[in-house]
Design a protein around this ligand. Sequence first.
Ligand SMILES: Cc1cc2nc3c(=O)[nH]c(=O)nc-3n(C[C@H](O)[C@H](O)[C@H](O)COP(=O)(O)OP(=O)(O)OC[C@H]3O[C@@H](n4cnc5c(N)ncnc54)[C@H](O)[C@@H]3O)c2cc1C
Length: 460
Amino acid sequence: MSSRMLHQAALDQLRSGFTGTLLAPGDPSYEETRHVFNAMIDRSPAMIALPGNEAEVAKAIAYGRREDLEIAVRGGGHSVAGNSASDGLVIDLRHMNTAAVDPEARTVRVGGGATMADLDGATQPYGLATTGGRVSSTGVGGFVLGGGSGWLERAFGLACDNLLAAEMVTADGDLVRATGHTHGELFWALHGGGGNFGVVTSLTLRLHPLPALTAALLLWPPQAGPEVTRAYRDFMAAAPDQVGGGLIYLTAPDEPFVPTELVGKLVCMVLITYTGPEAQAREVMAPMLGLGHAGEMIAQLPYAQLQSMLDDPPGYRNYWSAEHLDAFPDEAVDEFCARAADMIVPSPSQHVLFPEGGAVARDADLYPLPWRHAPWTVHPFGLWDDPADDARGKQWARALRSDLKPWASGSVYLNFIGQEGADRVVAGFGQDNYRRLAEVKAHYDPGNVFHHNHNIRPAT
Ligand SMILES: Cc1cc2nc3c(=O)[nH]c(=O)nc-3n(C[C@H](O)[C@H](O)[C@H](O)COP(=O)(O)OP(=O)(O)OC[C@H]3O[C@@H](n4cnc5c(N)ncnc54)[C@H](O)[C@@H]3O)c2cc1C
């Protein structure tokens, strides 16, 4: 639909008293605003509404419904599935990005369009932190509502475990506040159910003291991968909850700690994070340091700095997927390592193994995310430039999934995948949780107005 087909009277009604921004095709900044992180997604919304407050969110929803426009809600625009893009109406929350810290209560209240950079930038000065995504431009909204996996998760739980309250505008334009005491079923559903239930305009998150944080990057040439991965698996099995991180095959960056002969080549990297000072971290990670690596960077650093260390620029073509493993025996290690050879190199792609356990697995049944029971997550995270590489990039990610199937739990973290069909959405929650979520959906959005997401269909 083009802007000319929008009804003038309805537009005038939307514009009246709207202090935010409304962008139609041809308007200055429309082009840069419509793009999302994944360059494979190319939508031209008839209207982009950037509300400044809850009332304007409600107004935009009413407009979209009245005009029968497909509504997508955008937080940080990082959904690989393109769930925050639409050719109809995009309600873009980026102007609602405040982050207010209450240091005494150890909480932060962030706007529904805040990014990790907004969140971490606000909490860092207080020496407080919560589990955040591993890239600073990811939206807090889509990240937390989908579960939220990050470097601190084994110490502090998933991001959604730290969600204390959420304010949400429903499809009918009502503002509701979900906490442990009010709108209890919605509160439960917002811990992983994504943007299915309405537009979340604020999230209140628990903060944790983080006086010191250490990060280590250790590098090996790819042929050492199987041995390193076995050692890493055994190291993590005994590691305290303060240890986070992952094992990642990637293209070695041109950084001082990378030996010249490895720059631009496929390498196996272990990233270890430790919620404590460097001296303690070195003791804890001694088994990995003893392996004899080719390059290292170990430093105590501010959390907000770690959070932006792996930032990727937008504009790449993206394809990702995930499997969660109940076991990771030597045979699975060999399959995982062998498939790294198919990754597009050089590129920003990552062939990732995340350890779970710790606080991720504790109270795992409180919320609707069964994947968190699995001790390992395998996450092919593909980014490349050239459309001619699309088939190759997708094939690598799909093949890795299928190689690891014998050990897969069958459930999946939906924030780590694109559009993989309705069955995978059910697998994201499990049958029983899905049914319960569908009841919540029927209560708050019976007409499935908010279906640009990993969609939970309203119970009938
Ligand atoms: C480079 C990169 C790194 C990433 N790293 C991690 C990581 O470390 N850990 C992790 O768990 N995930 C990670 N992700 C995945 C990320 O968590 C999901 O893509 C998440 O959905 C992004 O949220 P967003 O707000 O940026 O996305 P958007 O594309 O804006 O939104 C994603 C979905 O959430 C909905 N949504 C967003 N905000 C709101 C809101 N306020 N109210 C209602 N619905 C909303 C949208 O409608 C859409 O359905 C990463 C993604 C990228 C691109």
